[in-house]
Design a binder for this molecule. Structure first.
Ligand SMILES: Nc1ncnc2c1ncn2[C@@H]1O[C@H](COP(=O)(O)OP(=O)(O)OP(=O)(O)O)[C@@H](O)[C@H]1O
Length: 337
């Protein structure tokens, strides 16, 4: 890049879905940047808007029922202005995507080799021989057993882990500077999860890519991320370096998420006893309050006056941002000074 700008810069991004004659923001005023060689985790409960954010960045929304505004700046281009032809050039070549379920992401009728070659064919001028060599190199890089044999197999002939490794090979085939991984290890047993996270970390080390990792699991964040953005009801409510976030979480939502994790619960408060349950649910898009702190209704014991009317992001220490002032007076229910 060399112009001092981040690899990817997102400013005041909104993604709204059309429902019953109105538009509702699933991503609401989201801003962040991604640096080269960095793993940025986006974390939050189901329904917070993480996947919508990812699919907005890779331009997968249908413009007929989706309204997108703001900036997604990559190489001085605002990606939201691109037409489908230009976006097709960026997808795969500049931004690689790893999905949660590799079986549905892969084509059941094509061999592993054909699927990796398809990306190379679309984005490069490689000859058939060069593509075959690259397939073997990629399968070796993602450490599948017997790369040559795997190349000739169909997705259903592979284990879940091998399929996800192939999914990662496809995502990195053109050496994209940005990789977006949407829940790549959800519902895996911990050992497979750890191996896939190790692989993503190695990919970052080897290629210098910036990785946006979407997850609902703070354990995954602790394992691999450099920075974290916590999302709630379409908005980022806290962002910080990973150590800062785990040692000095500020926003009541972040603190509640941490307290609801078994391992964190013990580390943060050995006497905590029962696992914490966050009251209520993430509101649906139509139920989102138009004003005020969106987390207020899940911490009803915190007085109304503690929240901002139009919550803003405040920098509480270098690189550590929190939305709303309610964190200043927040305590868990029943706690006293
Ligand atoms: N195409 C759509 N049309 C209307 N609403 C949608 C659409 N896609 C997502 N939503 C809504 O947008 C909100 C955010 O959903 P999204 O899937 O982005 O959240 P998430 O944090 O990724 O959750 P999960 O981890 O379950 O995928 C939810 O309220 C969801 O119901």
């Amino acid at each position: 890049m060399g112009n001092g700008r981040p690899l990817l810069e997102i400013n005041a991004l909104h993604t709204a879905f059309h429902m019953q004659d109105n538009y509702y923001d699933a991503v609401d005023d989201v801003s962040f940047s991604l640096e080269k060689n960095e793993i940025l985790a986006i974390v939050g409960e189901s329904g917070c808007g993480k996947s919508t954010l990812a699919t907005t960045i890779v331009g997968l929304h249908n413009k007929v029922n989706t309204r997108i505004s703001g900036e997604i700046i990559y190489q001085n281009l605002n990606l939201i202005d691109l037409n489908e032809t230009l976006y097709n050039r960026i997808r795969g070549n500049d931004i690689g995507m790893v999905f949660q379920d590799p079986l549905s992401a892969l084509n059941p009728l094509m061999t592993v080799s054909e699927q990796i070659e398809e990306v190379l064919l679309y984005h490069s001028k490689m000859t058939k021989e060069e593509r075959e060599l690259r397939v073997c190199e990629l399968l070796t890089q993602v450490k599948v057993d017997d790369p040559n044999a795997t190349a000739a197999r169909y997705p259903h002939e592979l284990s879940w882990e091998a399929r996800q490794r192939v999914g990662i090979a496809i995502a990195i085939a053109c050496e994209p500077p940005i990789i977006i991984a949407d829940e790549p290890t959800t519902s895996l047993d911990v050992t497979v999860q750890a191996r896939i996270l190790d692989l993503l970390s190695e990919v970052r080390d080897e290629t210098g890519a910036g990785i946006i990792l979407i997850t609902h699991d703070l354990g995954v964040v602790a394992e691999i991320a450099d920075r974290v953005a916590v999302m709630y009801a379409g908005q980022i409510v806290e962002s910080a370096g990973v150590v800062d976030l785990f040692t000095d979480p500020k926003h009541p939502y972040t603190r509640s998420l941490l307290r609801s994790m078994p391992q964190m619960n013990e580390t943060c408060d050995p006497d905590a006893g029962e696992l914490y349950v966050i009251q209520g649910d993430v509101p649906s898009l139509q139920q989102l309050p138009k004003k005020g702190c969106r987390f207020a209704e899940r911490i009803p014991w915190v007085p109304f006056s503690a929240h901002e009317e139009s919550p803003k992001m405040h920098e509480v220490s270098k690189g550590h941002f929190v939305r709303c002032t309610c964190h200043e007076s927040f305590q868990f229910e029943g706690e006293s000074d």
